[in-house]
Write a protein that binds this ligand. Structure first.
Ligand code: SME
Length: 155
């Protein structure tokens, strides 16, 4: 399967698994699991940072697959916090030259972070995929992950 076909199949599978599920952590956890499995070992850390409902300028770690992630990321900090402020996908080919990158695991060399919006169009979370490979993510990953993030809270 090509990468585009894999993303299309994953979107269908995730939509089917989360269908009718109202507990949001179950939705996030299922997506993190299926993405991580489909793209290992390229995806070294795959998961969500969720907008803290009690502190809406801060992200707090949600369901993920991988090594220990840092618990909180203020808006504007690191790649995840940058994505949260810009509300658009951020691809970082080399995290070591990204200003303010937060190194939860020093083995990460590149990453992509995609915003997740709720049915009202409010930012709910960001999806973070990290890789040990340099320059692991491209526009096809952005399109595929965005398509999955679009249905995550809205179907
Ligand atoms: N690298 C991220 C932090 C989260 S973890 O790597 C799991 C960042 O700079 O936003």
């Amino acid at each position: 399967m090509t990468k585009t076909e894999t993303y299309a199949a994953l979107k269908t599978e995730i939509a089917s698994v989360i269908s009718g599920e109202t507990f949001l952590p179950a939705r996030y956890a299922s997506a993190a699991c299926l993405l991580s499995q489909a793209f290992r070992p390229r995806f070294f850390w795959t998961g969500f940072y969720i907008v803290d409902p009690l502190k809406t300028d801060e992200l707090v770690v949600g369901p993920y697959q991988g090594t220990l992630g840092c618990l909180r990321i203020p808006f504007g900090k690191g790649v995840c916090g940058t994505c949260a402020v810009q509300r658009q996908t951020v691809i970082v080919p080399d995290v070591h030259v990204f200003p303010g990158h937060i190194a939860c695991d020093s083995r990460t060399n590149s990453e992509i972070v995609v915003p997740v919006f709720d049915a009202q169009g409010e930012l709910a979370a960001v999806l973070d995929a990290d890789s040990e490979m340099p320059d692991a993510f491209d526009a096809e990953d952005a399109r595929g992950l965005e398509a999955i993030c679009e249905i995550l809270l809205t179907t």
